[in-house]
Ligand binder design. Sequence first.
Ligand code: KG4
Ligand code: ZN
Length: 333
Amino acid sequence: MSIILGIESSCDETSASVCIDGKIVSNIIANQTIHELYGGVVPELASRVHQQNIVPAVHQAITAAKIHKKQIDAVAFTRGPGLLGSLLVGTCFSKAFALANNIPLIEVNHMQAHILAHFIDEPKPLFPFLCLTVSGGHTQIVLVKNYFDMEVVGETLDDAAGEAFDKTAKILGLPYPGGPLVDKNAKLGDPNKYKFTEPQIPELNFSFSGLKTAILYFVRDNVKLNPGFLHENMNDICASVQSRIVSILLNKLKKAAVQYEITDVAIAGGVSANSGLRDGLNAMATKEGWNVFIPKFEYCTDNAAMIAIAGYYKFLAKDFVGQEVAPLARMPF
Ligand code: KG4
Ligand code: ZN
């Protein structure tokens, strides 16, 4: 029997989770609302709030799992990538917890963990599969050969898909984080009303900065002609932008599937909560004959369950780190 405590603190969610024998039994997420006042995550504030939230989050995760802390066999934590001040809180907590309880420490790569969230519930994908990982900081197509043998075969050259959603929302005057609000408005709008061009980027890479600029000019020009333009057309604008972001993502995913001759395809990361992307992927899967894997909503955005499950597989492999480990803002696979 193995009990793993997972700790996530890479951005603005403080999260703790308990995994018993590969099953997630608790997943506590403390959101930080203070950043809404600033229109984006303020790193200094994020680390301070993590410091306040981490011990209560761990207590709640242990209580909800109906275990005693002395039963925990290992602590797994996000080492990177992420905001350094935020990562330091989770790393220091985990090192202290491991030391105090004399248990091993397991480092986890946040981007790998988003992908390994697919191993929390059935059906689990079979190796090798392709995963489109789309979050606030990353947009990657990953060839997943095994639990920790992953290759990034395509990525964004500038903004991440989540950033494209959030920056669009900001231009439209929606509060932060705007991605979910663009999604909500898009459900009521016409995706074919406005056409934004698809960038021609080589190979399996992406670019979203041109789209952001196009939206900025489009809004500026139309508001000049009609000051009520945004208010009157909000749902159609959101639907049209979302439809373009989704088509950019899915066209590259299709290209990757053909190139690598793979029909098992997954999505992961915060943007995989987007309903347009989920529907678009399902439609493409039917057309292309893919098996698709779409995470439950609670495992799309940042959470410690994905860290705990990654920790579980590392625990089985006895892949531990020492007390000298330090967090990494940038952390390749
Ligand atoms: O993975 P995540 O929680 O944090 C990072 O590691 O970045 O992803 C957060 C990103 C944000 O950009 C947020 O706006 C976006 O995911 N997001 C969405 C939706 N839910 C979250 N974007 C579009 N539609 C959604 N429903
Ligand atoms: Zn993330």
